[in-house]
Ligand binder design. Structure first.
Ligand SMILES: Nc1ncnc2c1ncn2[C@@H]1O[C@H](COP(=O)(O)OP(=O)(O)OP(=O)(O)O)[C@@H](O)[C@H]1O
Length: 613
């Protein structure tokens, strides 16, 4: 029986949290129909509130709620909100499931299918697959692929077509007797034998499982009588199809939340899933930004959503278009910092500079052109502690002993085992090995002892960590392992060091202004104090392609999938800040008509190419 949520329940949450749930949001909490809501409208907040209310009266011990999201960031955000509530914490374990769509599909469909067919899955990781292939390509095959600009080795994958598995061989449209074809085919065969797969291939196995075993759908429906999906706009066509097969049926409780305007994770040809094309009434009020930000960002809404701010403060900040050229490009962070220095101090909200392309590229324009030491791998979302103790400190950040904290520790142990020369083990493999071992209780007990110990006490760290190594069977090791398990004081190991790596710092009027640099994809879902959008190039210059819309010269949508994607990325960036938006564009890519229109339509122009700036 699914608990019923009443207005009184919602009133109680309002009083406790200070959040405001108007009629539209109340409907979203009480009903199970799909919701489209604009940036900052509080989708994540609303999902967490709804889950906590459901958890309070959830009685069934064998059936649970399935909560899915597209990214780990969104999943963790929901988990962290639930952890703060006693009822919410009940949802963090069986029979409930909170995870990414990929994790759900791996666990409930792809892995069971592969087990039943004797296919051993050891690693699911696109980067590892590409490295595996690159290492094994013959010289001749490399040359062949170089002559095929559209062929991509990351397409060397299996597909489930008409009840059969086919292998895609990049650079070939049909079977061939050539050496390059044979080389690629044999690499794919050895990948399958070695158990290494692309993420996407799990969805192919999942489709096969659903086809050959119709009971599985009924079993999942019975285990999860209720499913909620966050970030639905980013769901690829195959994910959409699988979710619909399982959760969309007469009488089902399947509620999807998203914002089609923010669909930035899809491939160019995948713009529409069943959610993005459905015509839903949109919640267009945002708690995030003031009305001047709403006005500028509205021009970039692909679905023509007129954004409305709920904030009483109507102060218009100096939203600025910075004009740069090659020699003045690096000045922009400093100029933006000066603007930020006059914004209200709010330690919770960061200043960020973001762009579409983070990876250095020949002939490109990337974040490095503005901040030369930018390194995507150092972004705190991709942050991996350098030492085992760092994993324990990170896990400790989760207030209760949850599966997320345990998973982080298992990641640390998996890395320890790799350094000690063992084959790579995924977290779930390691979890299974521990579960089946006779040392299960001692290992888990030791993990808890370390987790609750004082991680700043060097002697206790060495004592405990060496006992952990003994329990997992490590008796001798090389210096790499010694370094990895060595003690280090807490401050530089965690996020501080990382943030400094990708941060620009300027002292303005005795105020330290820190601007974090990141990609647009990494800041999705975040709220900033001010956001500076940096022009980058992915085949084309992104800002340039939609500049007419930004400055208010044009209201029609740009034509072509790539331009629409740029528009969505820029929309995501422009809807992050509470107070202030900055945009950087090259001098050669803005006309005097565009400058005039910008000034008429709410922008300030600062030309950094002029000598005295
Ligand atoms: N019901 C509410 N009442 C008051 N403030 C709220 C409410 N919901 C959210 N907020 C505040 O608005 C901001 C944005 O919320 P949230 O991140 O949940 O929005 P979102 O819809 O998930 O945004 P996005 O689409 O950009 O990911 C946060 O600062 C949050 O605290």
């Amino acid at each position: 029986m699914i608990p019923f949520i009443t207005d009184d329940d919602i009133d109680e949450v309002q009083v406790k949290t200070g959040l405001i749930f108007d009629n539209e949001r109340r409907q979203a909490i009480k009903s199970y129909s799909d919701i489209q809501a604009c940036p900052g409208s509080g989708k994540t907040t609303l999902i967490a509130a709804k889950l906590i209310l459901l958890a309070r009266n959830w009685r069934d011990e064998s059936k649970g709620i399935c909560v899915l999201s597209h990214t780990n960031v969104a999943k963790n955000e929901i988990i962290q909100r639930l952890e703060k509530s006693e009822s919410g914490r009940k949802l963090l374990s069986y029979p409930h499931f909170i995870g990414t769509i990929q994790e759900f599909v791996n666990r409930f469909l792809a892995k069971p299918f592969c087990r039943s067919k004797g296919i051993a899955i050891k690693q699911i990781d696109d980067d590892a697959c590409v490295k595996y292939i690159e290492k094994r390509l013959s010289w001749k095959t490399k040359r062949y692929l170089e002559g095929k600009p559209k062929a991509n080795i990351s397409d060397l994958q299996i597909r489930y077509v008409d009840g059969d598995f086919e292998k895609i061989i990049p650079g070939f449209t049909k079977h061939s007797s050539s050496d390059s074809y044979k080389c690629l085919l044999s690499i794919k065969e050895s990948m399958i034998d070695d158990g290494i797969f692309f993420f996407r291939e799990m969805f192919e196995y999942a489709q096969a499982y659903l086809k050959v075993n119709s009971d599985v759908i009924l079993a999942i429906r019975s285990r999860f009588p209720l499913a909620l999906v966050d970030e639905m706009q980013d769901t690829s066509l195959i994910q959409d199809e699988i979710l619909n097969k399982i959760f969309l049926y007469e009488g089902s409780l399947f509620q999807r939340f998203g914002d089609a305007d923010q669909a930035i994770f899809l491939g160019d040809d995948e713009n529409s899933n069943s959610y993005n094309t459905s015509k839903l009434k949109v919640i267009n009020t945002s708690h995030r930004f003031n009305s001047s930000v709403a006005l500028l960002a509205t021009r970039l809404s692909t679905n023509r959503i007129s954004l409305v701010s709920t904030q009483a403060d109507a102060t218009c900040q100096p939203h600025t278009i910075f004009i740069v050229d090659e020699s003045s490009r690096r000045k922009v962070l400093k100029e933006f910092a000066i603007l930020c220095s006059s914004l209200p101090i709010d330690n919770e909200l960061a200043f960020k500079a973001v762009g579409g392309v983070g990876k250095a590229k020949k002939d490109g324009l990337t974040l490095q052109h503005y901040f030369p030491t930018f390194d995507k791998g150092n972004s705190n979302k991709h942050f991996k502690p350098k030492k085992l103790i760092g994993y324990f400190r990170l896990a400790k950040e989760f207030k209760s002993c949850t599966s997320s904290g345990y998973k982080i520790i298992l990641e640390g142990i998996s890395r320890l085992l790799s350094l000690a020369g063992y084959n790579y083990l995924s977290v779930s493999d390691l979890r299974e090995i521990i579960r089946d071992s006779k040392e299960k209780f001692s290992v888990n007990e030791k993990i808890i002892v370390i987790l609750i110990s004082d991680l700043n006490d060097e002697a206790s760290w060495y004592k405990n960590s060496l006992e952990l190594l003994r329990l997992i069977g490590l008796k001798e090791w090389e210096t790499e392992v010694t370094d990895y398990i060595s003690f280090s004081p807490s401050s530089p190991e965690l996020s501080n060091e990382i943030e400094i790596n990708n941060s620009f710092v300027e002292v303005v009027n005795d105020r330290d202004v820190v601007i974090e640099i990141d990609t647009i994809h990494s800041v999705k879902g975040e709220t900033h104090s001010a956001t500076l959008l940096l022009e980058t190039k992915y085949y084309q210059y992104d800002i340039h392609q939609v500049l007419d819309n930004i400055v208010g010269l044009k209201s029609e949508l740009p034509k072509g999938a790539r331009k629409k994607k740029f528009m969505k990325q820029i929309y995501v960036a422009m809807t992050r800040p509470k107070y202030l938006i900055g945009i950087t564009v090259d001098n050669s890519r803005i006309t005097s008509t565009q400058k005039e229109a910008a000034v008429m339509n709410g922008w300030r122009i600062v030309d950094l190419t002029e000598a005295d700036t």
